[in-house]
Design a protein. Sequence first.
Length: 235
Amino acid sequence: MLPLTSDRPIQTFPFVTVGLILANLWVFWLQVFSEGSLHMSVMRYGMIPADLFQWGPTAIDGRVAALKTVATSMFMHGGLLHLGGNMLYLWVFGRNVEDDFGHFRFLVFYLVAGLFATLAFAAAYPGGTSPLVGASGAIAGVLGAYFLRFPFSRIRILFFFIIIIRVIAVPAFFLLGFWFAMQIGSCYIAKTAAEGAAGQGGVAWISHIAGFVFGLVFTLFELRRRFYVRKTEHG
């Protein structure tokens, strides 16, 4: 199921969402044309969990460099399909969440969600030697926020199954709930099959789960904050 559009209108232009998409596109351009190859850029700026857990005085510089990749990895991608899928999800769901949170709060939320998801992945696979890249951890946070804020919005999706291809509209809670369940199921299957300690077949399921949960928790606190602000304003 591939999301295409949301039926929920926006009140303000999504400057941050557009800016994040452009930033990811620019970084991908740099990966392709400035770093020699996608593989080289991924190995250089992707987050490798094992590098964060080096010990001993000689490893200090390595840990500092590794900490930088926690941020750089959020804007990198392993290919066009990886980039395109993430940017589509960010465009469809990010605009409404930005409209609801406000531009600055949404930017902070997005970045912190990405950092949390990346560090959660590193903590889950501390010995992993494969690099983690992609904006999907941060975008998973956006999906978690959307799930709580607009569960009954209708999302037009491209549905395909073997030879059946059609565009249908489904409630956001169904699409995002199914997406989250797929992440949990895929994570369990991959872990059971022991498909590597740091990637599960190339997809960081645990970072998706962590990002989504962060989005839920952040949104709950945001709603709580709004409640107390309204309560204070009205005495």
